[in-house]
Design a protein around this ligand. Structure first.
Ligand SMILES: NC(=O)c1ccc[n+]([C@@H]2O[C@H](COP(=O)([O-])OP(=O)(O)OC[C@H]3O[C@@H](n4cnc5c(N)ncnc54)[C@H](O)[C@@H]3O)[C@@H](O)[C@H]2O)c1
Length: 347
């Protein structure tokens, strides 16, 4: 079988991870070209033995007969790049979020649909083996009828305020992963959101118009619930936990630690801290999500975590923001755009 010819845009933190994985682990894929606007592009291309590199996305598409692109550039480039790739007939893996405007996301999904290309969004946590195990157990009804999902997602430290200003805010930048996780685990539609937010970590984040601490309650269509707690700074590192409580029992995924030792002395019990941040904690999930993307391209099967999942997570984020601002529960139907649910395309 011919190798899948891939072009990759954006060689920052996440772009380098995907490039490394594509270069090292997937012989069925051939890294044809990379692009970035940075002066380091040539050096990175050389390091990963990618022959062609560009500073213009359109040029990369026209110079090569690619099969797919992997988009890891800043969020404000995603919508344009996805549209350019879709109109060229390429399948697309794009980092989340697709855009910060719901209208723009809808327009992009329409273009993707019209050109019948595949689009997968980087909801990597679905591929984390710990969380996937919980998902599978819930689907097998191991905890019976799920009643409460609890998601803890706290970063080890806030990003720079310059990042916060263009991030779309905590709900769209950070909690969006948790909204997708809640939908993925429950397999149900979220109908209502109640959110509270505060600035408890850094006043500069508040001055930039954002929050750094949040509690969000999601109500699903069957009245089961999810509660999400977010903070931009946990003193002990990256805190990523998940629990599902149901009619027959409860299942939990704990943090992953730098080592699993426990030291017991006369002074008490000590151990290592959790893995520091997403690059370490979710390393395996990035590899597995890329495998899922390539497998779906090879088999023609449905992409897991597609564009509609991105849109639905974004709707929850907008409802959370409205709820916090208006200090009331907000129905998802108030958010305006209800896409036609195509069951095969999402969850
Ligand atoms: N799924 C995840 O876990 C995860 C984690 C981090 C970031 N992200 C997402 O990935 C995207 C990139 O984030 P990052 O942390 O790697 O950022 P980054 O700042 O580390 O890297 C961005 C890269 O894009 C390049 N760039 C800037 N303008 C460009 C353009 N017009 N075209 C192509 N490249 C351009 C920059 O030079 C830089 O190399 C963001 O959308 C972010 O939300 C996802």
């Amino acid at each position: 079988m011919d190798k899948l010819k891939i072009g990759l845009a954006g060689l920052g933190r996440i772009g380098k991870i995907h490039l490394e994985n594509l270069s090292r682990y997937f012989p069925e894929a051939e890294m044809m070209a990379v692009m970035d606007v940075s002066e380091e592009t040539a050096a990175i291309a050389a390091k990963y033995q990618v022959q062609h590199f560009y500073d213009n996305f359109g040029e990369m598409l026209t110079k090569h007969r690619l099969d797919a692109v992997v988009i890891c550039s800043p969020t404000d480039t995603h919508a344009d790049y996805v549209e350019m790739a879709a109109t060229t007939g390429l399948d697309i893996f794009c980092e989340k979020p697709l855009d910060l405007s719901l209208e723009r996301v809808k327009a992009v999904l329409k273009t993707v649909d019209e050109h019948q290309v595949k689009l997968m969004l980087g909801f990597n946590r679905r591929f984390d083996p710990e969380f996937k195990k919980i998902h599978d157990l819930v689907q097998q009804e191991a905890v019976g009828d799920p009643q409460i999902i609890k998601i803890t997602s706290r970063d080890p430290g806030p990003p720079p305020v310059s990042y916060i200003k263009v991030s779309g805010g905590l709900f769209l930048d950070m909690s969006i992963h948790d909204f997708d996780m809640a939908r993925y685990i429950s397999g149900k539609k979220v109908v209502e959101v109640f959110a509270a937010g505060a600035v408890k970590v850094d006043e500069a984040i508040g001055a930039a118009g954002d929050i750094d601490t949040a509690l969000i309650t999601l109500i699903f269509e069957d009245q089961s619930m999810a509660v999400i707690d977010n903070s931009r700074k946990a003193a002990y590192g990256y805190d990523q936990r998940l629990e599902v409580f149901g009619s027959k029992g409860m299942v939990q995924a704990e943090n992953k630690f730098q080592s699993n030792h426990k030291l017991l002395t006369a002074n008490g019990l000590t151990g290592d801290l959790p893995l520091y941040f997403f690059l370490e904690r979710y390393e395996e999930s990035y590899r597995l999500e890329m495998k899922a993307f390539l497998d779906a391209l090879a088999s023609g099967e449905t992409i897991p975590g597609g564009g509609l999942d991105g849109l639905l997570a974004m709707e929850i984020g907008l409802a959370a923001r409205k709820s916090m601002e208006e200090n009331r529960a907000v129905k998802i139907s108030e958010i305006g755009i209800q896409p036609k649910m195509k069951d095969h395309e999402c969850i």
